[in-house]
Design a protein around this ligand. Structure first.
Ligand code: SIN
Length: 526
């Protein structure tokens, strides 16, 4: 049986982007759809860093802009960078107005220092629990406003569009992909805010649910995608065999932690004079290379004078669970997929290339982060662009809603493969992404990734919606990585190890480009 909801604006996702867009659309009626309970399993709620904003006398939006640009390896959209760095103070003021309590002492905000920022610039809440507090505060605020209808436990699978016009979305009851459990939302404005794609990699700091579903949906709706090859690996995920790998915030290095090997050698200095405080892409590659040479890699906080537990309650909890005492023990670390700079191409107001379809936060790509994101600019971007989308929609007269047509085409005709078999193939896919499309890639590894994807596809003809989406997203990332024949930011190709000035442009593609590539590849192989 199908249910059809109608709404003027429908938002998919309940992390910071989804919630902030919803509250900023007040008083317009909004439906917010989320896969689990509100805020649950969102990357935002797991964010440990905070919000980057130039709030001190010696700092300025211009300096924040300069640092962001420097980290981005030349590829960012300067207008987007200017927008987020200039609007940062307004975000902080708004959050304080709705009752968010940033950490403060007698001198004002307590600010963290994170890699590649020239100043202490990151506002935080209860040490490393910024995301958790921001999300719960926004949920409370959103509930009080009264203009939002929350629909929980729905997983969205498709954007329904005709002639490049979005008509709505279709999904199923989460945890139940039975043939008769589909839900449709008819709406002239659909806002995708489902986060990134870390979980297409075996090593990730992202929640399991975060596997690029918005990119998959947008691709299937022929939306333009951009910068897909740029996946940021966080250098310091806790390496104790947990999946996802717990994040150890960069602010720990900001307080002076060392990265060392088994001989206490601070090897990152060989790759960059800034050592542990070099941009993330450089530190992650340095750790990755060192591991490949057979070394073990650790975070070393044994010399700390600060109260670790008070400053980093989340990290302390993770370490505690693994019986690691930071004042005594070295902490094993591994780079893990953390953030996607690429995504659904949007303009400066969050519009995608499909009329009526908007995207916000990590699933979108505004160009604010270029080829490598600066720490704590992601929550900032999410707040700034959510508000821009809401203001743009609110400034326009309500749009005509288009009837949902051909909905039967979106409903799978047969039952999908069992959960257990899907899990096995999902793990194989994630391992292939880590091995062949990870911190270090080249033509041969990227080709091997495609061989793996096609094998998985052959062996799973009735794939679950999740596996299907994960495969599509993995193929798109790998295809984009093949196209960029240079190394820039997080995209490092050992067969093209240098930047190429000629390639200083953002690469836009859509699903058809991938299909054309694969068709040609098969023709050549025959
Ligand atoms: C961190 O705290 O290291 C992560 C923050 C971020 O990704 O911006």
């Amino acid at each position: 049986m199908e249910s059809i909801y109608k709404s003027d604006v429908v938002i998919v996702g309940s992390g910071i982007s989804g919630l902030m867009t919803a509250v900023s659309l007040y008083p317009r009626k909004v439906t917010l759809v989320t896969k689990r309970k509100l805020g649950e399993m969102s990357s935002s709620a797991w964010a440990q860093g905070g919000i980057a904003a130039s709030v001190t006398k010696e700092d300025s939006p211009q300096k924040h802009f300069d640092d962001t640009l420097r980290a981005s390896s030349g590829l960012s959209n300067k207008i987007a960078v200017k927008t987020i760095t200039e609007d940062a103070l307004d975000v902080v003021k708004f959050l304080e107005k709705i009752g968010v309590n940033f950490d403060k002492d007698s001198n004002g905000f307590c600010l963290s220092k994170e890699a590649a920022h020239s100043y202490r610039r990151v506002l935080k809440i209860n040490g490393d629990q910024s995301g958790k507090f921001l999300v719960s505060h926004l949920i409370d605020y959103a509930r009080q406003q009264g203009h939002i209808t929350f629909v929980e436990d729905i997983s969205i699978d498709h954007i329904i569009q005709k002639d490049n016009q979005c008509h709505g979305i279709m999904g199923h009851i989460h945890k139940n992909e039975a043939v008769d459990n589909f839900v449709f939302f008819q709406s002239p404005n659909v806002i995708l805010a489902t986060g990134g794609l870390g979980s297409i990699y075996a090593h990730t700091t992202n929640p399991r649910d975060v596997y690029g579903e918005a990119i998959a949906m947008a691709a299937k709706a022929n939306a333009k995608l951009v910068d897909l090859e740029f996946v940021q690996f966080h250098p310091t995920a806790l390496d104790v065999g947990l999946d996802p790998a717990p994040l150890l915030t960069e602010a720990i290095r900001g307080e002076g932690a060392f990265i060392v090997d088994e001989k206490n050698n601070r090897f990152v200095f060989k790759d960059d004079p800034l050592g542990e405080m070099a941009p993330r892409d450089i530190v992650s590659r340095s750790i990755h290379k060192h591991k490949l040479k057979g070394h073990s890699t650790f975070l070393d906080c044994r010399h700390f004078k600060i109260n670790f537990e008070q400053m980093f309650p989340t990290a302390s909890q993770y370490l505690n669970q693994s019986s690691i005492i930071p004042s005594k023990d070295l902490i094993p670390i591994i780079p893990a997929a953390h953030y996607h700079m690429g995504g659904i191409q949007v303009d400066i107001n969050g519009r995608t290339s499909v009329e009526g379809l908007w995207a916000c936060g990590e699933c979108s790509s505004t160009g604010a982060h270029g080829a490598n994101r600066l720490a704590s600019n992601s929550l900032l971007e999410a707040f700034v662009f959510s508000k821009r989308i809401a203001d743009t929609i609110n400034s326009e007269p309500p749009k005509k809603s288009h009837n949902l047509i051909n909905i039967a085409n979106y409903i799978p005709k047969e039952k999908t493969i069992s959960k257990i078999r899907a899990k096995k193939y999902i793990w194989q896919l994630r391992s292939a992404m880590n091995k062949f499309v990870g911190v270090d890639r080249n033509k041969s590894s990227l080709d091997q990734a495609f061989v793996e994807f096609l094998r998985i596809e052959r062996e799973t003809s009735r794939m679950s919606a999740k596996l299907k989406d994960m495969l599509l997203v993995s193929k798109l990332i790998t295809f984009a990585a093949l196209q960029r024949k240079e190394s820039r930011g997080t995209h490092f190709r050992s067969d093209y190890p240098f930047q190429n000035k000629e390639l200083l442009n953002r690469k836009v593609l859509n699903q058809k480009d991938l299909f054309d590539y694969l068709n040609n590849k098969f023709k050549e192989a025959m």
